[in-house]
Design a protein around this ligand. Sequence first.
Ligand code: 13P
Length: 249
Amino acid sequence: MSGSVRCLVAGNWKMNGVLEEARSFVSELGNNPAPERVEVALMPPFTLLQALAEPLRQKGVSLGAQNVYYEPKGAFTGSISPMMLRDCGCVYVIIGHSERRDIIGERDEQIRKKMRAAWSAGLEPILCIGEHLEERENGQTNNVLKKQLAILEGGIPEAASLTIAYEPVWAIGTGKTATPEQVEETHAFIHEELQRLGRDCRVLYGGSVNPGNAAALMKTPGVNGALVGGASLKADSFMAIVAAAAEAN
Ligand code: 13P
């Protein structure tokens, strides 16, 4: 990746937040210290997208969703289409988060369809990949990531935008982060694999990122930003991570 690419710090609220909390969060959001080097984005639950679109736009924060269905419209009760997300002002959508893979049972084939559907609607997918602890301990990390990235094989349209989030499953919500050495090595492998697939892009790190560890992680070679869960729920801790990314880039 060339050094001139803006890094991305994105907050994934998961299933958290109601209107009142979202309003106070936005009112407490400070300024992005380096908008030319760091992009800030927020992925609240679907129910808050409409309400947050305009206030976040005014603060220069991009809007994204946490999931999408792959059909454009029709009898799919409870599902949300890519165009509906665009209609709410989303530019990003998280696809293939490990919580959806492991809890909801989402498989590569659905993830592949969701990527295509997001691209067709002009959304930028943030494709999440990552290994389980047992896989890391058995030396399977690169094989797992390679297989997860294989859904991109031959399928990335010319004009499509793409961001990858490397989120080791064992580091999500556990307070355990991968060491900068593990992150550097794994991000290097992912960038290499993306080049082989014909499209290198930003690779974010995710998994217990907080204001205390963000500086070291954001400085790690091959890291182009962060996907933040728990620490994105409070404006001050989220903005501290943004500041660390600004410092590092
Ligand atoms: P935590 O930052 O809470 O570990 O969550 C990471 C994550 O899953 C972001 O998508």
